[in-house]
Design a binder for this molecule. Structure first.
Ligand code: DNO
Length: 377
């Protein structure tokens, strides 16, 4: 394993904390710009050993090119706060690409231009998803736990009883006025029609549409030096008759082989894949660590095969062995970015559900502690 000290470009960034903590892995936090986040960059800067943020340009409509000038301004703001902007989460894929419509070529060209613009401002990793119609799905955003905190939760029967547009309305209603990426109002408007469209799309066709996208964008990502990581389907099981792609080790293998390139990779999401108890997360980490530029690491507590609550990060608080997960990443040679994923809402914080400061900071410290201990064994 390479460097023992975190590096920020060519400068030792945390020379004041020159501790033997990490391999080349970097701990980051998700952050939303333009006043769309209760958490500030200054606060993130003070979480020990967090070097940067995973961010986005929320105002750009899906499918449009992300303007260079806006990206430069965003990068400068983040750098001025002493943080890096090497990870974007996410550039969403226009629905016409996922549907395989003739208009997809124009959107793919625009996606490629966005990739080039991201590279021009120093972005190295791009997280995106290929989920039809909706990104992640939950039945509740503020489910109370026994400790008085609230978390995002999923109850399968409740989700089935609601239609996606109703879920979207409910989620946005609970979002405290912050945007909910993946549940943008314009997306909600098109949901019913999109749902109908996908009822006639086979899994094979959907995989072919994904391959078409990869064949067109991965060569550009290679040239641009950007490592793309697809996010797994969340939850990783069939819903509303929609095609699902990234749900298991087998599907990940298929996906990586669709376009075999180091720049075509996976964003590990322990909470998404692990919602299905059949998925062995440490085994997935060991097998694919070299093709994971990014990892979302969090814990969940299952109540039934398809019902779960998100939980605090430590192993004792949920169903996952977080030590085994981090050890598998470490031993698999993971050298990408990790972010603590959704946190509980604690200590009276008012923030975008899942994305408060306090519990994610606790999560980052815990994951860094595991990483240090694993490295010193
Ligand atoms: C949920 C996130 C996802 C993720 C997208 C990436 O909290 O992990 O919304 O950002 O799927 O495209």
């Amino acid at each position: 394993m390479a460097a023992w000290i975190l590096n920020f470009g060519d400068k030792p960034y945390f020379s004041h904390t020159a501790i033997k903590v990490m391999t080349a892995m970097k701990m980051i936090l998700r952050w939303f710009p333009h006043g769309d986040d209760s958490v500030t960059l200054a606060q993130i800067r003070q979480i020990p050993c967090v070097t940067g943020v995973a961010t986005c340009l929320p105002g750009v409509p899906v499918g449009e090119v992300w303007p260079l000038a806006m990206l430069r301004a965003l990068r400068d703001e983040i750098h001025a706060a002493g943080l890096e902007m090497e990870v974007i989460e996410s550039v969403n894929v226009h629905e016409d690409i996922k549907k395989g419509l003739p208009t997809r070529n124009q959107y793919i060209e625009q996606y490629n231009q966005t990739l080039r613009n991201l590279a021009a401002v120093g972005v190295k990793c791009l997280c995106y998803n290929f989920m039809p119609v909706m990104d992640w799905t939950r039945s509740e955003l503020a489910h109370p736990l026994e400790d008085g905190s609230t978390v995002l939760s999923y109850r399968h029967e409740a989700v089935l009883r609601m239609n996606p547009a109703a879920i979207g309305d409910a989620l946005l209603g609970d979002a405290r006025g912050y945007s909910m990426p993946g549940w943008e109002p314009e997306r909600l408007g098109a949901m019913q029609e999109d749902m109908r469209f996908y009822q006639n799309v086979s899994r094979e066709t959907y995989w072919a549409n994904l391959q078409y996208f990869l064949d067109a964008v991965v060569p550009v990502a290679e040239e641009a030096g950007i490592f793309m990581g697809i996010h797994p389907d969340d939850p990783p099981w069939p819903l509303y008759g929609l095609p699902k792609v990234i749900t298991s080790a087998e599907n990940i293998q298929t996906f990586l082989a669709l376009h075999d390139s180091p720049n075509n990779g996976l964003t590990l999401c322990t909470g998404s894949l692990g919602a299905n108890a059949a998925n062995d997360i440490p085994a997935i980490c060991r097998t694919f660590a070299g093709r994971m530029p990014f990892a979302h690491v969090r814990n969940i507590r299952r109540h039934a095969p398809r019902d779960f609550d998100e939980s605090a990060h430590p192993s004792a608080c949920g169903d996952f062995d977080m030590y085994a997960i981090m050890k598998a990443l470490y031993e698999g040679g993971f050298d990408g970015y990790i972010r603590p994923d959704h946190g509980r809402m604690i200590w009276g914080e008012k923030a975008r559900p899942g994305y408060g400061l306090y519990d994610r900071a606790l999560g980052a410290a815990y994951l860094l502690g595991l990483w240090e201990a694993i490295g010193k064994r």
